[in-house]
Write a new protein. Structure first.
Length: 403
């Protein structure tokens, strides 16, 4: 018993490093297409609406796979469930290299939606097993910097380094990101270790019993409210994450400049995901969510009306506020359900979230085609933020905890 406890204390930071690498692979493959939407669309003869459905293809699959993945993660070894997730993400990245039309590109991106849940649901499960409650906010903030760092790297080097290096060949550019993901699969299998302290061998592998947990969680009214907010939050973040490089190009920036500008909200978002979960008290969650949503909505409009130094500031504020919301809401769910049901709660969280993840890129893409630009879509997204801020006042953390 004491030996296991000692291992848990000394090795938890290595496990955190491993899951950081896993989420880094998630970020670089997921973020590979947005900086090169123009060349990919031109080569495959895609409209903005078509590209929007491609960008929203993996969240669509994610909706169907998140709940089964959450049940599997609650019942089986994280070493292999997360490892399978990284491998499938790498396969998705590689298959994009060989896509030659709309249909094959959609299928390639869909594979990401099969592997993604094992990482995004497995990560909080790992935190709940290896870290005490007082360290979970810090640990979650740290691993959430990984996809942000991956996207920053992709946005920074795609059009400034890799595309010029490969003579504007977007396929070779995506191949680099896929190979990195395959390498990280190997790294994870080396670093990861099973933690037996919080699992029961026979009962824990009862998959059908695990599935019964989902309706129990849905029956809690406050949890339903959280899931509704999560849907809107993902709609906003996925839409802006995927289209912000093209929005900035549409506003008159070069592709290289748009890539660097798009990295600003990702960097500040990573900072926010570390800072806020650590230092915000539980009783202040409501007001923090309200402020973050309202400031994010105003910043979205600011992108349309400011340039130069003010644009940098607006993008920084947008990233900090919009990306800080996710870990706060996830921490609420973990506190409610406990470590044994974190996989199930994560499955619901990401199932509802990725419904928004599908709608966000599609809505912005279609609105850009219909209205010949992104202005109308960004006004709509700003309004959604304001509404979510009002709904966040209905989340009573103390009431949830007592339930």
């Amino acid at each position: 018993m004491f030996e296991n406890f000692k291992v848990k204390i000394t090795y938890k930071w290595i496990m955190l490093l491993g899951v950081w690498f896993a989420y880094f692979a998630f970020g670089i493959v997921q973020g590979g297409i947005p900086p090169i939407i123009g060349p990919v669309s031109s080569d495959l003869d895609l409209s903005r609406s078509s590209m929007g459905t491609i960008l929203g293809a993996w969240p669509l699959v994610y909706i169907l796979t998140a709940i089964p993945a959450g049940a599997l993660i609650d019942r089986f070894n994280l070493k292999y469930t997360i490892g399978i997730g990284i491998f499938l993400i790498a396969v998705s990245g590689l298959s994009r290299v060989f896509a030659d039309n709309y249909f094959t590109m959609v299928l390639s991106v869909m594979i990401f939606g099969i592997g993604g849940p094992f990482i995004s649901i497995g990560a909080p499960k790992l935190i709940s097993l290896w870290f005490p409650e007082n360290l979970r906010g810090r640990a979650m903030g740290i691993y959430l910097t990984a996809p942000a760092f991956g996207r920053v790297l992709v946005l920074s080097i795609t059009n400034s380094v890799l595309m010029p290096l490969f003579n504007s060949n977007w396929r070779l550019t995506l191949l680099v990101y896929a190979l990195v993901a395959f390498f990280i699969t190997f790294i994870w299998l080396i670093l990861s270790r099973d933690n037996d302290c919080n699992q029961n061998d026979i009962e824990s592998k009862n998959l059908f019993k695990s599935l019964k947990t989902f309706p129990e969680l849905i029956s809690i009214s406050q949890v339903r409210m959280i899931l509704f907010i999560v849907l809107g939050m993902f709609l906003f973040n996925h839409g802006t994450n995927n289209w912000i490089p093209e929005i900035l190009i549409d506003l008159g920036n070069t592709e290289s400049a748009a890539g660097f500008l798009s990295a600003i909200p990702v960097v500040t978002g990573a900072l926010g995901s570390i800072v806020l979960p650590q230092y915000i008290k539980k009783q202040n969650y409501q007001i923090v969510l309200l402020i973050c949503f309202f400031v994010a909505g105003l910043s979205t409009l600011g992108v349309l009306f400011f340039d130069d130094l003010f644009l940098y500031l607006i993008l920084a504020i947008l990233g900090f506020t919009s990306r800080s919301i996710m870990p706060i809401i996830m921490l609420i769910l973990i506190s409610v359900v406990g470590s044994k049901k974190t996989g199930a709660a994560g499955g619901l969280y990401f199932t509802f979230g990725e419904i928004g993840g599908v709608l966000g890129p599609v809505l912005l893409g279609v609105s850009a085609d219909v209205f010949n630009g992104f202005n109308v879509g960004l006004f709509l997204f700003s309004a959604i933020c304001f509404l979510l801020g009002l709904f966040s006042l209905k989340i009573n953390y103390m009431k949830i905890a007592s339930d």
